[in-house]
Design a protein around this ligand. Structure first.
Ligand code: NAP
Length: 502
């Protein structure tokens, strides 16, 4: 397929869950941005679906408010929202799809949409199977244009549930029509991993076990579980973050150069990384993974409650709010190089960073027992800062030959990152023009669940008597430091790695 980089083809976008939080905070501002930039075809229409009995006017008002709140500007907003229509519909009621089909066909004609349809499921996953079945059975997918399905996380709860969900969806949509969202893949600096690796002569030759000693991927949040206790109790950090976002970043860091930058080639290289993850036996989980749960703590003078005090959380909860792990990729390039990952809630700082630590040079001519030579680091700042930093050693000014570490910085002028419309904007644009590269293929989802299930099987059947084992506002449990210390490494302190603005 030839991709058009400037504007998207004409399309009807149907958003299920149109009155919800995701649509409000991410989807409407992202669509508006695309509209303002002229990136979306002028021939588009959006149908919002939810149970609430809203009129078109109420829906349009809601979209306006969402855009204004998210972006602070709303030039041409009336023209934008004139493309929005609302269809009250309980998705579990099969009769209600008739009205949706009529409206969709009508809009198809009015806006000359050529039968192109994107169905965005911004709803709880238990509805995915029913919706896709009804879309097919009631003829909503029976059009002459393209039909694409966008699905939010979580894609299943474990491998069996993901397989069940996938086979339900596949009854109505083929794999190449399914766009599984992992919003990390829409982030500027995550997309930059490939560019940094494959467009710089100085990195790719060093990107292997001869020159890299270890890689550290951290995604920490300052916020606690907030009002998502019910969801989080069943999910935990392993399913919420590791199965998708962290393993996706590891796959991008570790994959072989694809022969072409096409969706299939990139995805198949990522799949090969996931297939190379070293499997472990149940009794080895403790050697590779550490779990944590935050207790009460402090941020400055503010007292922070523990996880077990949050709403809808069991006061004896065994759910992890923190995971650290050591991944080994058993292939020729990475044999022997640990990839350490960690993620947690209520940590000291909000940050997603990747640290690539290079091996020490074979002979240190500047040996100083009081001041060891700092290793070279490449730091990729994903959020909230966006940029890269290269840590080098140079001569300290003065008469003696002494080394001093310096940082070479590149800082993207970025907006605050986590979940910003930026990622969704890119992903919506990609989906509308049929580029599935930055969405996860079923093979990736399947392998990630198979890996993560091994850990959750052990954790679910053993209580962690030490929970809570880290203070809110800290960088996690001590055991996570020991995981690296056993290998002679330590976590690079996140706060010291920040990009200095150029
Ligand atoms: P939400 O705020 O609870 O919204 C749920 C939506 O579904 C509402 O529009 C609700 O509207 C609609 N709905 C519920 N039952 C329905 C039914 N039977 N028929 C028709 N509509 C129904 O949830 P959300 O936070 O937007 O999340 C949506 C999905 O995105 C979830 O899968 C979530 O895991 C995922 N996600 C969300 C975020 C985020 O930032 N919010 C981030 C990543 C992933 P009515 O009550 O009017 O029916």
């Amino acid at each position: 397929m030839t991709l058009n980089n400037s504007t998207t083809p004409t399309s009807l976008i149907t958003i299920f869950g149109a009155t919800g939080d995701l649509a409000k905070r991410k989807l409407y501002p992202s669509l508006y941005h695309l509209f303002r930039k002229g990136k979306i075809s002028k021939r588009f229409a959006v149908v919002g679906v939810a149970r609430r009995e809203w009129s078109n006017e109420e829906f349009q008002e809601h979209v306006k408010t969402s855009v204004h709140k998210a972006l602070g500007s709303d030039e041409n907003i009336d023209e934008f929202v004139s493309h929005f229509y609302y269809q009250p519909n309980d998705v579990s009621n099969s009769d209600s799809y008739k009205a949706l089909k009529n409206l969709s066909d009508e809009l198809d004609e009015t806006y000359e949409l050529e039968g192109n349809r994107v169905f965005y499921l911004a709803m709880a996953p238990e509805f995915f199977g029913t919706i896709t079945e009804q879309l097919k059975n009631q003829g909503l997918t029976d059009t002459k244009g393209f039909q694409r399905l966008v699905i939010e996380k979580p894609f299943g709860h474990d491998l069996p549930s993901a397989e069940k969900l996938n086979s339900q969806i596949r009854e109505s949509f083929s794999e190449d029509q399914i766009y599984r969202i992992d919003h990390y893949l829409g982030k500027e600096m995550v997309q930059n991993i490939e560019v940094i690796r494959f467009s710089n002569a100085m990195f790719e030759p060093l990107w292997n076990n001869r020159y890299i000693s270890n890689i550290q991927v951290t995604s920490s949040e300052e916020l606690g579980v907030e009002d998502r206790g019910r969801y989080y109790e069943k999910s935990g950090a392993l399913r919420d973050m590791v199965q998708n976002h962290l393993l996706q970043m590891v796959a991008l860091l570790a994959m072989e150069p694809p022969i072409k930058l096409t969706t299939d080639e990139i995805r198949s290289e990522k799949v090969r990384v996931l297939r190379s993850l070293r499997p472990f036996q149940q009794d080895e989980v403790k050697d590779y993974f550490v779990r944590g749960q935050y207790g009460p703590g402090k941020a400055g003078n503010e007292a922070l409650p523990g996880y077990r005090e949050a709403e809808n959380v069991d006061d004896q909860s065994n759910t992890e709010t923190y995971v650290a792990g050591k991944l080994m990729i058993d292939n020729f390039r990475w044999a022997g190089v640990p990839f350490y990952i960690r993620t947690g809630k209520r940590m000291e700082t909000k940050s997603t960073k990747i640290v690539i630590q290079f091996k020490d040079i074979p002979m240190n001519l500047y040996y100083n027992p009081d001041k060891p030579l700092a290793p070279n680091l490449l730091v990729i700042h994903i959020q909230p800062e966006e940029g890269i930093t290269l840590h080098l050693n140079v001569k300290k000014s003065g008469q003696n030959i002494e080394t001093t570490p310096v940082k070479l910085n590149f800082a993207n002028n970025s907006v605050d990152g986590m979940n910003t419309p930026e990622a969704y904007e890119k992903l919506l644009f990609d989906c509308l023009r049929g580029d599935a590269t930055n969405f996860t293929h079923w093979d990736e989802v399947k392998l990630s669940w198979a890996f993560v299930d091994k850990i959750s099987e052990v954790w679910e059947h053993t209580r962690d008597g030490e929970f809570p084992n880290y203070e809110a506002g800290s960088m996690g449990p001590k055991a996570a430091d020991n995981l690296l210390a056993k290998d002679g490494f330590s976590w690079w302190p996140i706060a010291n790695l920040d990009v200095d603005q150029c």
